[in-house]
Write a new protein. Sequence first.
Length: 255
Amino acid sequence: MTAPAAGGGEPGEERRHEVEAVSDFGISSLHGPVGRAARRSTEAAGEDELDPRFALAAALRRITSATVGRPVADEDLRAAATAMATVADRLEAAAGEGRRARSEPDPTGRPQDFFPTSPVIGYANPIAPPVVVELAEEGLEGTAFFDYQYEGPPTCVHGGVIAMVFDELLGAANIAAGCPGMTGTLTVRYRKPTPLRTPLRLEARCTGREGRKIRTWGGIFREETLLAEAEGIFIELVPDRFLRVILANTESPPG
């Protein structure tokens, strides 16, 4: 959160700076780093316009943030609930049978595009912050901004959300390094509370492998301060075995 101007500033100055910082980071709209990265994904796919799934997910994130973290009058919430129910009815009626097909991640492509519907880095998933990741010299680098819907302790990011981000971040680093695998163990060290609504920096890299075991490290930083880090052991995918898992899950009756 941006600090007030030196000397205290005018009344409301701190809030104005905070709003500007959030807007610049591109969370409440499709401007800023998140919006630019989403547009790059669309351009890489050869599309002229922003993927409509990205735009819809961005709008839903705004609604979620306002609903969870802002003081909104009951009458406004009721009106929004009615409007959203109408939208949900239309989407369900327009949807086809089954589910949308998932594409395989391209290890030669941009890490952000590995999993477009991911709950962590997926621009098309409204529950994703989303975390923005890019290739770096020694692995992956990224940025994140966690809004009200990711709060655990007051003003802090929920520890479970941090663990989920590490799982995805380390897995993406492995794909980029040519060592895809499934999570075996993930050890997270919470060194300092991770602040909500604050631009954060992320790093991840594959550190080595022993047979089918792949070792990976990741960190979350506020500027240069390490807030949390994770070490993971991933298990190399055996295609035939993984295919059997997918088929078993697909054929299982709904619970």
